[in-house]
Design a protein around this ligand. Structure first.
Ligand code: FES
Ligand code: MG
Length: 587
């Protein structure tokens, strides 16, 4: 192995020109048993960014996977050092884990930049852990590799598949309809979480880990392996081995996460029916690594790519089935053969995407369809604009057949959807008033949620997927929704979400009133309120922006620095810091 290049860590631990600082940096790392020989041997020092803990059950088994990572690092001649990342449990953090994505990002940037590390293993899993880790690796540009934790085993309730995050929408409908009680509600939801691991549906976690693989940042096949499978621990070992080689090769995130690699991720997103949180996170990662990626790229590259994977929420199956059917490599091979991937994009394996997936076969055609016989054609995100916002997205694979056929797929049908707006000021207002009969909500309404963007509801709330009033739920009617917040990656409702700019900074949704008519033209990807320009102008003049009250210092800092969802909800001041390791001239 080539050990001639002086490694970055040696600037801390073996600098003969500065014995004082070297001794100071060195001695404390000896106090738990490491030796001077090891630390001054010029062997790569590999950080393991540990995102799992008792507070982050989705990633908790990374605590044991890290043992196998360390064995891999050691066997390849490196020295592993594990350290904690800021906890990011999607279902545990109030007001929302999204608020802390940028906090974990900033924390990890400081660690990677300020400690004697030559490379890092990013332990990913639960929704925001994957983007925060990749954003930090992108900023620092130190050799980095993703080890996902994998989905939980399939959940079952009364003999039927129960997908985590998704079963709750069904349980809610059943509870509203009076078909189950409180206890059955809890049992039903808990049945979807049968083992360690992250959500077993194609929600944000599995989507983002598949995209981390698609963008080249994990070893091929990593994303789909269920958390408890032996292959998961074997992948941990291989990942530990590989990062040591990557340090010797100086293979950094900026060499892997190129524009072509992100375009691959977008195509894969359409094929798997990825979460609507993915464009936010992938755009953010791209900005931090210096690649220009916008929602328009998602429309251009992704919208006409077919849905191949039959996983909930867009389809029927769960993570275990996806893994057994071939996982991400099998999907990517389908896309490659259809000419929808850049096969020459480099990956952490040291090989190209084309080389990685060439022999990946689909083992179950019910779960992963061929490109010629997809589940749904042209199933990517629709990127919308209009006089209410500059950019919003709609997940066309989950909007329902009637909606899709009538308003989107049939070019001979000129129908557009015109609906009466019912405007809610936030989730609390929605819960208080949704069943108020005086609103007269019927199937010609669109439910609008505002004050839920990254600044208003700091981090932005996953609340745009609103259920209609109970009476409509009982009649099996779902309504389109529109909002400046997000929706859960496991949601299957016809929603137009992530509308940017958000209402709290004067975005068009702020001007809307209940009773306004909104015209949704899916084919032209336009959403417009049917008001004259004069009326809009008049409303804008009398608009009062809400006073926002922060509950913690971080919320205030976040609100002052965060950008819109359309460009990744990045910290704007952070985006200009790129390639930190190289810029500092450290070896
Ligand atoms: Fe953690 Fe879904 S809640 S992955
Ligand atoms: Mg979520």
């Amino acid at each position: 192995m080539n050990q001639k290049r002086k490694l970055r860590s040696q600037a801390w631990w073996d600098d003969a020109t500065n014995p004082e600082m070297t001794a100071l940096y060195l001695e404390r790392y000896l106090n738990f048993g490491l030796t001077r020989e090891e630390l001054q041997s010029g062997r790569p020092v590999i950080g393991i960014a540990q995102t799992g803990s008792d507070l982050v059950p989705c990633n908790r088994h990374h605590l044991s996977l890290a043992v196998r990572v360390k064995e891999g690092v050691r066997d390849a001649g490196g020295i592993p050092l594990e350290f904690p990342a800021h906890p990011l449990q999607e279902t545990g953090k109030r007001p929302t884990a999204a608020l802390d994505r940028n906090l974990a990002y900033l924390g990890l940037v400081e660690v990677l930049h300020g400690y004697p590390l030559d490379g890092v293993v990013l332990t990913t899993g639960c929704d925001k852990t994957t983007p925060s880790c990749l954003m930090a690796a992108a900023t620092v540009d130190l050799p980095a590799i993703v080890l996902s934790g994998g989905p939980m085993l399939n959940g079952y309730y009364r003999g039927r598949l129960a997908g985590s995050g998704l079963v709750i929408w069904e349980a809610r409908r059943l509870l509203a309809a009076g078909s189950i009680d409180y206890r059955e509600f809890m049992d039903m939801v808990a049945a979807a979480a049968p083992s360690v691991g992250h959500c077993n549906t194609m929600g944000t976690a599995l989507s983002m880990n598949v995209l981390a693989e698609a963008v080249g940042m994990s070893l091929p096949g990593c994303a789909a392996i269920p958390a408890p499978y032996r292959e998961r621990a074997q992948m941990a070992y291989a990942t530990g081995r590989r990062i040591v080689e990557m340090v010797h090769e100086d293979l950094t995130p900026s060499a892997i996460m190129t524009k072509a690699a992100f375009e691959n991720a977008i195509a894969v997103a359409s094929a798997i029916g990825a979460s609507t949180n993915c464009p936010i996170h992938m755009n953010a990662i791209a900005r931090h690594v210096g690649v220009d990626l916008t929602n328009d790229d998602w429309q251009r590259v992704g919208q006409d790519v077919h849905l191949l994977v039959d996983c909930q929420p867009a389809g029927r199956f769960l993570g275990e089935d996806f893994y057994r059917a071939g996982g991400a490599p099998a999907v990517m091979n389908e896309l490659l053969r259809a000419g929808r991937l850049h096969g020459d994009a480099l990956t952490v394996s040291g090989r190209t995407v084309g080389e990685n997936v060439a022999s990946a076969a689909v083992a179950n055609r019910d779960v992963i369809r061929s490109y010629e016989d997809p589940l749904l054609r042209a199933a990517g995100l629709l990127v919308m604009s209009g006089n209410l916002f500059d950019s919003a997205v709609m997940k066309s694979s989950v909007i329902g057949e009637i909606f899709r056929d009538r308003y989107l797929s049939d070019p001979a049908n000129p129908d557009v959807f015109v609906a009466r707006a019912i405007v809610f000021e936030g989730p609390e207002d929605y819960h208080a008033r949704i069943n108020d009969p005086s609103l007269g909500i019927d199937e010609r309404c669109i439910l609008v949620m505002r004050n839920t963007g990254p600044i208003a509801y700091p981090g932005s709330a996953e609340v745009v997927n609103m259920d209609p009033p109970d009476a409509l739920v009982r009649a099996g009617i779902s309504l389109p929704t529109l909002g400046d917040g997000r929706q859960s990656g496991t949601s299957d409702s016809p929603s137009i979400l992530n509308a940017s700019p958000e209402s709290a900074v004067g975005g068009g949704l702020a001007l809307l009133r209940t009773g306004d008519r909104i015209r949704v033209d899916l084919r032209r990807r336009r959403v417009d309120v049917l008001l004259s320009d004069d009326e809009i102008e008049q409303r804008r003049r009398s608009l009062k922006l809400p006073e926002l009250e922060s509950q913690t210092p971080w919320q205030e800092i976040y609100r002052n620095a965060v950008g819109p969802l359309s460009t990744g909800a990045c910290f704007e001041p952070a985006v200009r810091y790129q390639h930190l390791v190289q810029l500092r001239g450290l070896p």
